[in-house]
Design a protein around this ligand. Sequence first.
Ligand code: NAP
Length: 288
Amino acid sequence: MERTENVVRACVVGDPVSHSRSPLIHGHWLQRLGIAGAYDRRQVKADEVDAFLDEVRAGKLRGGNVTVPHKEEAARRVDVLTDTARHLGAVNTVWEVDGKVWGDNTDVTGFLANLDERSPGWDREREKAIVLGAGGAARAIIYGLLTRGFREIGIANRSVSRARKLAEELQPQGEQQLVPIAWDARSDALKNANVLVNTTSLGMTGQPPLELSLEALPVQAVVHDIVYAPLETDLLRAARQRGNPAVDGLGMLLHQAAPGFSRWFGQEPQVTDELRLLIIDDMNRTAA
Ligand SMILES: NC(=O)c1ccc[n+]([C@@H]2O[C@H](COP(=O)([O-])OP(=O)(O)OC[C@H]3O[C@@H](n4cnc5c(N)ncnc54)[C@H](OP(=O)(O)O)[C@@H]3O)[C@@H](O)[C@H]2O)c1
């Protein structure tokens, strides 16, 4: 695309960043909506995050996405945090308003919008959810489950101390509770659960398998794997085989991109089957 002064520009920054599919997603929307915009990727070291934010502050860039490992640093460096980003201490989307850089965390809306679209009514029963993992993605997902009113959220993690720490940091007031679970107890903990979410990297291409027995899980429980490479993980296959509704993680990636696009380029993009197929095709070509 030819660069002119009128082209609105945004980018994703991270280290590494070559794997990011954000340019493909935003490029598709720019083309479909006929917007004179550009969205690039930039490899940025920790000590370059400030310079990136300065560009946004100065209006040289309309904004951008921040990915691993800079999400926490970005949360410390932006001028204003949304409530969600403040609670999570991590920012993945930035934009400028009146000379100030705002930071949001759209993994939460991406997670919720994907389940709302793919399994409508998934949060009708919200007595108990089980989350496998206690990393960055788990933090956003547990926060999302809390906002939807889940009463008990069990967090099963290999290092239970990390689950405990996350539970302490996000612990809500009132009737809702976060319960750390030892990794060895994860299969038994599925009893009476309404929702199960895998947020570990287990089951992802190149990673060890997720070993989990679904025997105790009610057959109505919604099973969601945020791993999207492969799209149909062993967990999702096992869930479908026994009759559980099962939702893959690609929609979370697509939906988390939408709020940033609206802020930078001024139009609301759609998560369509065409976009989904474009990303699946790219995953097949790059075997990721
Ligand atoms: N669909 C989407 O849009 C989306 C968005 C974000 C992330 N993701 C995916 O979610 C996964 C996690 O991302 P993240 O950012 O949360 O990573 P992270 O912060 O590094 O957390 C990784 C999690 O996986 C667990 N884990 C890793 N290896 C394990 C093993 N061998 N046995 C048991 N547990 C293990 C870790 O447990 P310990 O704490 O014990 O190390 C931790 O809970 C990745 O596969 C990522 O691609 C998808």
